[in-house]
Design a protein around this ligand. Structure first.
Ligand code: SF4
Length: 428
C-alpha cells in the first residue's frame, strides 16, 4: 500500500488547504450502479449489461424488481464457455440482442454496458455496438460504455454513458445562436423547474443531456454553452469540448447558494441584467432559505467527515459548511477534477482537508480519532461505523434523490439532519 502524499493546491482557493492523495484499498460501488437512475431518465433506452451473475445481482438488488412495467435493463451472462473461449461471445451477443429487439419494439436506444468480466476477457463491445447499430438502424441506435468496477467509482458509469452519447449528437448549423446544454442526469421534476427558471430569465434554447427520449438529443457545436449539473462528468465535458462546446465553470446547483451561482453563470453568459435575475429568483431563494433554516438549527456547529464515494463530496461540503454551519473534518473524493471543481474549492473554508482517492484503513483511523457528529460514506462503511457509535449518512442516497435546485434545498438538508435526529432520539 502506498503512503499518503500530501499535495498543496494553491489554486484551490481554500486558503492553505492541502489535498491528501491516497492510493490504497477502496470501498466503492462500480459504474453499473448508474443504470439505476439512467434507465428511469431515458425512457426508451435499454441497458444490457454484459457481465456475470454478480453484476446481475448488483443491478437487480440496487434497482429493485419492476412489477408493472417491462424492465429496461438486463444482464447477458458471460458463462464458462465464453470464459474458456469455447463459444464466440460476439455471436452470442448478436443472438441475445436480436432476440431482445424482436421482443421489445419500444426500444430506441440500446446500451451494451461492459463489466469487469467482459473487460477481463477483452470482449470488444464498441465493435459489437457498431455492428449491431448498422444492422438495426434507424429504428434502434446501439452504443456501448464501460460500467466495470476496475478503477472506477459508481458515478463514473453515468459519465461513461453520457460521453458515449456525445458523438451521436447532431451537429449544430454554423452560425446558429447560442444554446444552453445542461449535462448530468437529474430527476424530471428538477429539470422542469430549471426549464421554467431559464424560460423566465430569457435563456434559451435549453436542452438536457441525457434527454428523456432517444430522439431528443440536442445539437452541439461551437455555440453550445454547457452547464454541468453533476461534478463527475469529466469525460462527458471533454467529449463536448471536442465537439466545439464551451463548459462554463460554476458551483453546482446544490443548496440556495449553489443554485443561485449556477443559474447566475448562465444568466451572465446570456447577458441577463442583475435586476431581472433578482426578480426571477428572489421568491425561490427565499423559500429555499426558509426550508434550510429548520435543518440548520439541528446541524449548525456539528462536525462532518465525508468519505470518498460519489464525487459529489466537495459541493456537498460547501453546502454543509456555508449553508448549514457544519464544521468540515475531512472532505474525501474519489477523484478531484481541479478545473470543474475550482469554483467549489474557492468557497470551502480556509484550511479544509481534502483527500483524493482512498486508503480506507488510514481514513477510518482518522475518522475514529476525530469522532465527527456525522459521517457521509458508502454502504459498506456505514454499518460498522454505526456499530461504533458514529452517525452515518449513505452517500449513494444523494445520487438517487432529487437534490438540485431551490425547491429541493430543504430536502437535501433533511437528508443530513435525519440521521442526527435519529441518533439524538436513540440516545435520549
Ligand atoms: S462490474 Fe465488476 S464490480 Fe460491478 S458487479 Fe460486475 S463484477 Fe462486480
Amino acid at each position: 500500500m502506498n503512503a499518503p502524499i500530501p499535495i498543496r493546491i494553491e489554486e484551490a482557493g481554500c486558503g492553505s488547504g492541502e489535498v491528501l492523495r491516497q492510493r490504497g484499498q477502496r470501498e466503492v460501488f462500480c459504474g453499473l450502479t448508474g443504470i439505476v437512475w439512467l434507465h428511469r431518465r431515458i425512457q426508451d433506452a435499454f441497458f444490457l449489461v454484459v457481465g456475470s451473475r454478480t453484476c446481475a445481482h448488483l443491478i437487480q438488488s440496487a434497482a429493485g424488481v419492476m412489477i408493472f412495467a417491462e424492465p429496461r435493463f438486463a444482464t447477458a451472462i458471460i458463462d464458462d464457455r465464453d470464459l474458456a473461449g469455447i463459444a464466440d461471445a460476439q455471436d452470442e451477443l448478436d443472438r441475445v440482442v436480436t432476440r431482445l429487439l424482436e421482443r421489445r419494439p419500444d426500444i430506441r436506444m440500446l446500451f451494451l454496458v461492459g463489466s469487469c468480466p467482459s473487460e477481463v476477457i477483452k470482449l470488444d463491445l464498441s465493435r459489437a455496438a457498431g455492428r449491431l447499430s448498422q444492422r438495426f438502424s434507424p429504428a434502434v441506435r446501439v452504443l456501448s460504455y464501460s460500467g466495470s468496477g476496475i478503477e472506477t467509482t459508481f458515478t463514473q458509469g453515468e459519465d461513461a454513458c453520457l460521453a458515449a452519447l456525445v458523438p451521436t449528437m447532431p451537429e449544430a448549423a454554423p452560425g446558429s445562436p447560442p444554446a444552453l446544454l445542461v449535462a448530468g442526469a437529474m430527476a424530471d421534476i428538477v429539470e422542469d423547474q430549471f426549464r421554467r427558471v431559464f424560460d423566465e430569465l430569457g435563456i434559451g434554447p435549453v436542452a438536457f443531456l441525457p434527454p428523456r427520449r432517444a430522439n431528443e438529443l440536442a445539437e452541439v457545436g461551437p455555440n453550445t454553452r454547457v452547464l454541468l449539473a453533476q461534478p463527475f462528468l469529466a469525460d462527458t465535458a471533454k467529449a463536448l469540448e471536442n465537439r466545439g462546446a464551451t463548459v462554463m465553470p460554476a458551483p453546482f446547483p446544490l443548496g440556495e447558494e449553489g443554485t443561485t451561482a449556477w443559474l447566475r453563470t448562465a444568466a451572465d453568459a446570456w447577458g441577463v441584467p442583475a435586476e431581472r435575475f433578482e426578480q426571477v429568483v428572489a421568491a425561490r431563494r427565499e423559500r429555499a432559505r426558509r426550508a434550510l433554516a429548520i435543518h440548520r438549527e439541528r446541524l449548525v456547529g456539528r462536525s462532518v467527515f465525508l468519505f470518498p464515494d460519489s464525487q459529489l463530496e466537495p459541493p456537498l461540503a460547501r453546502f454543509l459548511s456555508r449553508e448549514l454551519g457544519m464544521t468540515l473534518v475531512e472532505v474525501g473524493t474519489p477523484y478531484l477534477h481541479r478545473q470543474h471543481l475550482a469554483p467549489e474549492l474557492a468557497l470551502l473554508p480556509a484550511g479544509t482537508l481534502i483527500s483524493e482517492g482512498q486508503d480506507v484503513d488510514r481514513q477510518l483511523d482518522r475518522c475514529r480519532a476525530a469522532r465527527p457528529d456525522l459521517v457521509v460514506c458508502g454502504l459498506g462503511l456505514a454499518n460498522p461505523l454505526e456499530a461504533e457509535g458514529l452517525t452515518t449518512k449513505w452517500s449513494i442516497e444523494l445520487v438517487f434523490t432529487p437534490v438540485q435546485g431551490y425547491e429541493q434545498a430543504g430536502d437535501l438538508a433533511e437528508l443530513f439532519a435525519r440521521p442526527v435526529r435519529r441518533r439524538g432520539l436513540l440516545a435520549a
